[in-house]
Ligand binder design. Sequence first.
Ligand code: HEC
Length: 161
Amino acid sequence: MLSDIEAFADFMRMLAPPTPAPATASTQHGNSLFVGIGCSLCHTPALTTGNAMASGSATLPSAALSRQQANLFSDLLVHHMGSRLADGITQGAAGPDEFRTAPLWGVGERVFFLHDGRTSDIVMAILDHASEGSEANQIVQNFQELSAADQQDLINFLRSL
Ligand code: HEC
């Protein structure tokens, strides 16, 4: 008999990833801009899992969880994000302006963005990546130099995830 915590952990591990909306010409173009201007340098489109243990087993890898491609759009790494996002909180080895790249899968379903939910405007969430000391400054400048139509395609792509 599993404890409540084990049962909940199993439930969370086996949840299916979000399903992206079907691609359109606009979202496909947005996808290539996302890669082209450098968003994907941190928001890595896909990572592959290693040998993941089956729940409740000390030895058997789970076929459902092992060597699966996860389209999470994160490198799972911590980056300096500048003074605008800094919250003054040090967590483990991460300093006040360091945050782990937020996975963008399912971002189209989210209402509030960034670690403190400070905005519900996805464009603001992108612009807030830029401030003194941020590793993303050049990439945000690339975004701002896109035409309005290209920016909209990129946003449409994000909303489709
Ligand atoms: C230097 C690494 C880096 C680059 C480059 C980068 N991001 Fe991010 N992104 C992050 C981090 C870290 C967060 C989480 C910040 C936080 O929680 O306050 C984030 C958060 C986001 C969020 C909010 C997600 C959520 O659920 O709250 C969006 C949207 C986003 N990024 C889009 C983009 C787009 C579009 C680009 C390209 C223009 C981009 N990012 C470039 C690191 C990066």
